[in-house]
Design a protein around this ligand. Structure first.
Ligand SMILES: [Zn+2]
Length: 109
């Protein structure tokens, strides 16, 4: 690849972690939230105060929240994907800042 002859060790490390995450793992932007609700059945336990607790993946798109129901058994998997997304974002920022410094120092080769 062109224009990559100079890389700080920090940048090299961040890029390598980034590549690994993107190639080998899944990632999703969002947060897990729990919501409790009543189902409407007057004979259900929720009518007596024991509400149904459900898990949702929440994501905000231009201020509008989108919710996606997540079955309990997928909670940990989705949580992992969320963490991967955050790591990718952080690593992108590390690389970007390193390049920002490079531009500031007129280091284009
Ligand atoms: Zn119910």
């Amino acid at each position: 690849m062109k224009h990559r002859s100079y890389m700080t060790p920090k940048q090299r490390q961040a890029r390598s972690k980034l590549a690994k995450l993107v190639h080998e793992h899944s990632f999703v932007r969002g947060t897990l939230i729990t919501m409790s609700r009543v189902c409407g059945n007057p004979n259900c336990r929720c009518a007596r105060g024991e509400k149904h607790v459900s898990l949702y993946l929440s994501r905000s798109e231009s201020g509008k929240p989108t919710l996606l129901f997540i079955p309990k058994k997928y909670e940990r998997m989705v949580q992992g994907w969320i963490e991967n997304y955050r790591s990718i974002k952080e690593l992108l920022e590390v690389v970007s800042l390193e390049l920002w410094d490079g531009i500031k120092q007129r280091r284009f080769d």
